[in-house]
Design a binder for this molecule. Structure first.
Ligand code: PEP
Ligand code: MG
Length: 576
């Protein structure tokens, strides 16, 4: 540490929890605008260079996207769909080819086109479209780096662990951060819900954003302390501050170690009620991680990755292979697989998704069943074969009417009878359930419960649809909370209805892993908590620290409040 410098406290926005201390590396994610320009080139050659660079960028983005969907909630990966769609935009492609046709070199044609689109978007009086200008520059930089042979410049993986300081970080730069080399990051720009913050949280990298002017007080190679839980930053901290940091970090680490060493024990409340703590996964890698972290099973296997990573419908054999790999890892533990939830913010054109004015209210998930029953049939067949020896549970997303459930069950029976006549090996004791994530389904839960074996409550969407708050729109993000009293009532309705029909209920939205929500959900009678694998050890500890009677009181009190803030304040007071 440089003792001669003064300690400078800064206050930013807490974006991703955790503590870090280390040397600053300042980076720029600016696109190079002064590229070499010439106008007497061979258009065929230049077009070939252009195509190669775009292909390479496309591949890179797809890789980042699948890496992110493996490591995080799959919706975070959808940021990269916008990037891919820019690269497939016919207007953009035509503009570049026209300039190349006039003899311009690929670099000049590309940067002029990016410039043009950036300006067009910035001109529009819509903050969301203006934000897309940043995305287009991000994609533009990636392609340009390939054209100019600088393709490593976006990949930040320094040998010495550092704290990254930048004006802003694009989603793709954030996604390429190497967790072993980047201790934390702090940004001049950004908000708690900007893409960089969401990704940092999902990747487990502490982050503070929104430092504004204060950012100028940070210099390359300064030592810096970051508290991503409070938004506090200290540049060149005093020895005492560093000591406090080490102590806090050690304490947190000890708690984590103890949690992990107890993670394989069951989650039983002090008065003997056992619940399952299971994992949300999106790949075989996740499944292995979930087992290491003590998951009692899988509560949500998101299967979208099977479709998002392709440009054509995956055939049955390739689906079966992926499922078998996951089945082998999970062994005899219960496993809930959700049929694909494409649509909404996950566009897959070869499946027939189109641009829609309100995609979250549109052709999504189970709603594809009338036009494309073949997709579901192929998925049911693959699931039954791939998980032939597993404790398989199949779950339908976005169900809003009993008709959808009945149609899906009909297709499911067809899949079974086809496999039977083909004498294929298939799973026998399969349980069938639905996600409760549309308010209509929570309201009609009693009827649904008669036709299924279980429910899993999807609070991410249930919150979005109950409160009419688009879950991808930062501007209304402050209105979104699963602690909203209306959402809590619907959760209670779903749990009570299922129990009255003798069925079990899980919850697989982000809420299940939130320490504040755990006693409340226990008290409401939830049977299964499904969460990102990293949260499992802590959730199990919290469950063990409560008793059921006490949680029931907490739930009853929490449900009496009329304001979200009151619910949260009350739950904060009940924390262990
Ligand atoms: C949910 O909506 O809560 C859920 C778990 O599903 P997803 O986040 O994949 O929409
Ligand atoms: Mg959902």
């Amino acid at each position: 540490m440089n003792q001669s410098k003064h300690s400078i406290p800064l206050q930013g926005i807490a974006a991703a929890p955790g503590l870090a201390y280390g040397p600053v590396k300042k980076i720029t994610t600016e696109i190079q605008r002064d590229v070499p320009r010439s106008q007497e080139n061979n258009p065929v050659e230049q077009q070939a260079r252009m195509d190669t660079a775009v292909r390479a960028a496309r591949k890179e983005i797809s890789n980042i996207k699948s890496r992110i969907s493996v490591q995080t909630n799959s919706n975070d990966a959808q940021i990269f769909d916008a990037h891919l769609s820019f690269l497939n935009d016919p207007v953009l492609i035509k503009k570049v080819s026209n300039m190349i046709g006039q003899g311009w070199n690929a670099e000049a044609a590309w940067i002029d086109t990016i410039d043009y689109f950036e300006k067009q978007l910035k001109k529009l009086n819509d903050p969301l479209l203006q934000a897309r200008a940043m995305d287009i520059v991000d994609v533009g930089k990636r392609v340009l780096d390939h054209l100019m042979d600088q393709s490593d410049s976006l990949i930040i993986s320094p040998e010495q662990p550092v704290v990254i300081a930048a004006d802003d970080l694009s989603p793709s730069s954030t996604a390429t951060l190497d967790k072993d080399a980047v201790l934390a990051f702090c940004l001049a720009g950004g908000s708690a819900t900007s893409h960089a913050s969401i990704l940092a949280k999902a990747l487990g990298i502490p982050a503070v954003v929104g430092l504004g002017e204060q950012f100028n007080r940070i210099s390359e190679n300064d030592q810096i302390l970051i508290n991503g839980s409070t938004g506090n930053v200290v540049v060149n901290p005093t020895p005492e501050q560093v000591e406090t940091y080490h102590r806090e970090k050690d304490e947190r680490h000890q708690v984590e170690l103890t949690d992990r060493s107890n993670a394989n024990l069951p989650a039983v409340t002090r008065d003997g009620r056992q619940v399952l703590v299971v994992a949300n996964i999106g790949s075989a890698e996740d499944a292995a991680n979930a087992r290491r972290l003590g998951a009692d099973g899988v509560g949500l296997l998101r299967t979208e990755f099977l479709y998002l990573n392709h440009d054509h419908m995956p055939d049955e054999e390739s689906q079966v292979l992926v499922y078998r790999e996951i089945a082998d890892i999970m062994g005899n533990l219960p496993l809930v697989v959700r049929t694909m939830d494409i649509g909404g913010d996950k566009a897959v054109p070869y499946l027939g998704t189109k641009d829609e004015a309100n995609p979250f209210l549109g052709w999504r998930a189970i709603r594809m069943i009338d036009e494309r029953p073949d997709i579901l049939l192929s998925q049911f067949r693959s699931l039954l074969r791939g998980f032939a020896n597993s404790q398989l549970h199949i779950m339908l997303p976005m169900v809003s009417s009993l008709d959808e459930l009945e149609k899906a069950l009909e297709i499911y029976r067809t899949a079974r009878s086809q496999l039977l006549s083909e004498k294929a090996l298939m799973a026998e004791e399969v349980k069938f359930g639905i996600m409760v994530e549309v308010p209509a389904t929570a309201i009609l839960a009693r009827q649904f419960a008669r036709h299924v074996d279980f429910f899993s409550i999807g609070t991410n969407d249930l919150t979005q649809y109950t409160l009419a708050v688009d879950r991808t729109n930062q501007r209304v993000a402050h209105l979104s909370s699963y602690f909203h009293p209306a959402v809590l009532q619907l959760i209670k309705m779903a749990i009570d209805a299922a129990h009255q029909e003798g069925k079990w209920v899980g919850l697989c939205g982000e809420m299940a892993g939130d320490p504040l929500a755990i006693p409340l959900l226990l008290g409401l009678g939830l049977d299964e908590f499904s969460m990102t694998p990293n949260s499992i050890p802590q959730a199990k500890r919290l469950i063990r620290s409560f008793d059921l009677a006490q949680s029931q009181e907490i739930a009853a009190t929490a449900l009496q409040y009329a304001h979200t803030a009151e619910v949260k304040e009350y739950l904060n007071g009940q924390k262990h």
